[in-house]
Design a protein around this ligand. Sequence first.
Ligand code: SAH
Length: 224
Amino acid sequence: MKITIITIHPGLLESPFGHSIMKRAIDKGKAEIELVNLRDYAQGKHRHVDDSPYGGGAGMVMMIEPVWNCLNALKKAVDFDEVIYLSPDGERFDQPMANRLSTLKRICLLCGHYKGIDERIREHLVTREVSIGDYVLSGGELAAAVLADAVVRLLPGVLNDETSALSDSFQDGLLAPPVYTRPSSFQGWRVPEVLLSGNEKNIVEWRHASALERTRQRRPGLLE
Ligand code: SAH
């Protein structure tokens, strides 16, 4: 899968893809992350990508022209399945959306800044708008990193044991059960006996019951 990210701060996105599972996915060729600097498609000596809002008011608005130029240039090489604008008022990102996006081959993520982007970009140039939650970030980069991480780890062959993505929270409609590792007792706080028993059937049952209980307590909506 190829994920192209259009940003005015490519540096913000280097670290999230330079470590751990994301780095391994890229090194193994399972995912390709392309960072595109929007400023390269802006005009004039100062390469402006933003301007003051029509009608007045505080803040700057990202201009349509650099985005149009950038997308047209990229589309010569790649036919995007989706062009996604990260936006606090977009459709809420969740695990089912991550699953759907992970089946695509090429997606483009557009990061906004300042007061947001010219509405005509949203109307005419993007195919989908996604929010990572009901709060406002200063730019779309962290949201793009969150989306890309959640999607890339689902790609076949990215996690060593493919069942480990399947047993994560939300994937089977439940939250994940508690997990423990050595030592079996710390400060008198003991790991549940069943996990030490070696009885596979009991362990599977305990995990399922714990997942159900945790979901009932913390996200009862998932059980409906
Ligand atoms: N004035 C806008 C917020 C702009 S925040 C409003 O009130 O809706 C600047 C940029 O950060 C946005 O263009 C968007 O790309 C990104 N952003 C902020 N919060 C986000 C969120 N919750 N999810 C996804 N992107 C977000």
